[in-house]
Design a protein around this ligand. Structure first.
Ligand code: NDP
Length: 270
C-alpha cells in the first residue's frame, strides 16, 4: 500500500489526513495518509525517504525549506519559492505548490457572480506570496497591504503595488475582492486592520475572503465585519479543500476524478 504524509510543526491539528484518506477511499486508491511531526525542516527529504513515502504535503513552517530539498520544482511553485506538495516520480522528488491553485479555485464562485479585476491582499507572509502570483497570472491586479515594511520588500521586487498600514489611504482606491492572509484572528479575537479602515474598504468592495477557516461555525473577526457591511464572503475552508484536491490529483496521478475527490473531501469535514 502506498504511503503519504503531512510534515509540519505543529502537525497535530492538521485535517489533511481526514480529507486525503477519504478521497483515497472514494477513488479506490490503495494508500494511507498520516501525520509526521518534523522539528528540523532540513531533514525533510531524509525522513521522507526513510518512511518510504510516495508523496507528502508540507505545512508551516517547512514550505520554504522543502523547496530546496526536492529534485525538481514544477509550475507556479518556481515563482513562489515554497512548496506544499511532494510526489515521488521515478525515484525523483517533484515539488508543487497547490495553495495558489487552491485559493484561485475557491474564489471562482465569486468571479462567476461579478468578475474580479482588482484585489486588496492584506498580509505579506508565505500565503500572500502564493495568492498574489496566482491572481496576477489570472489577470487580477493585486495591491498588497501589510502591517510592517520588511515582508513587503519581496513583493516590491516582484513589482506589486505595496503599502504599509501607515502609508495606505482607503479613500482613494476601490477593490473588487478583499483578502485577509494575515494570521490576525487565527487564535485571538483581533482584526487584521483597524475597524474603520476595514469598513471603508468593504464599502466599495464586492467580495471578501479570509484564509483562516472558521472553527465550530464561529465567524472570524474579519468576516464578522464583512457581514456587517453586507459583503458576500467566505472563510478558508474551500481554499484548504481545493489545495488538497489538487495535491490528491498529483498523489494519484489521476486528473479525471476531481468531482469525486472534492465531494469526498467536503463530506469528510461535515
Ligand atoms: P506568515 O506567518 O507567513 O505571515 C503572517 C502575516 O500576518 C504577516 O504579513 C504579518 O504581518 C501579518 N500579521 C500577523 N499578525 C498580525 C496582526 N495582529 N495584525 C496585522 N497583521 C498581522 O503566515 P502565513 O502566510 O503562512 O499564513 C497566514 C494565514 O493564512 C494564517 O492564518 C493561516 O492559518 C492561513 N492559511 C490558510 C490556508 C488554507 O488552506 N485555508 C493555507 C495556508 C495558510 P508582519 O509582516 O507585519 O508581521
Amino acid at each position: 500500500m502506498k504511503q503519504f504524509a503531512i510534515f509540519g510543526n505543529p502537525v497535530e491539528h492538521s485535517i489533511s489526513p481526514i480529507i486525503q484518506n477519504s478521497a483515497f477511499k472514494a477513488c479506490n486508491f490503495e494508500a494511507e495518509y498520516s501525520k509526521i511531526l518534523l522539528e528540523d525542516g532540513k531533514k525533510l527529504k531524509e525522513v521522507f525517504l526513510q518512511n518510504n513515502l510516495s508523496g507528502a504535503n508540507i505545512t508551516v513552517p517547512h514550505k520554504e525549506v522543502a523547496f530546496d530539498q526536492v529534485d525538481e520544482i514544477r509550475g507556479i511553485a518556481k515563482e513562489i519559492g515554497a512548496i506544499n506538495t511532494i510526489v515521488k516520480e521515478d525515484n525523483k522528488l517533484i515539488g508543487y505548490n497547490t495553495d495558489a491553485g487552491g485559493f484561485y479555485e475557491s474564489i471562482k464562485e465569486f468571479d462567476k457572480i461579478t468578475p474580479i479585476k482588482t484585489a486588496l491582499l492584506i498580509g505579506a507572509g508565505g500565503t500572500a506570496k502564493a495568492i498574489s502570483l496566482i491572481l496576477r497570472d489570472n489577470g487580477i491586479k493585486v495591491t498588497i497591504l501589510n502591517r510592517s515594511q520588511p515582508r513587503l520588500d519581496d513583493f516590491i521586487k516582484k513589482e506589486f503595488e505595496c503599502y504599509t498600514f501607515k502609508e495606505f489611504d482607503a479613500d482613494i482606491q476601490n477593490f473588487d475582492l478583499i483578502i485577509n492572509s494575515t494570521s490576525a484572528g487565527l487564535s485571538e479575537n483581533i482584526l487584521p486592520l483597524e475597524l474603520n479602515v476595514l469598513e471603508q474598504i468593504f464599502n466599495t468592495a464586492n467580495f471578501a475572503i479570509d484564509c483562516i477557516y472558521s472553527k465550530d461555525g464561529i465567524l472570524t473577526p474579519f468576516l464578522k465585519v464583512a457581514n456587517m457591511c453586507n459583503i458576500p464572503n467566505k472563510d478558508g475552508t474551500d481554499m484548504l479543500i481545493y489545495q488538497g484536491v489538487l495535491a490528491c490529483e498529483y498523489f494519484m496521478n489521476e486528473f479525471n476524478q476531481r468531482e469525486c475527490i472534492t465531494k469526498a473531501m467536503k463530506e469528510s469535514l461535515k
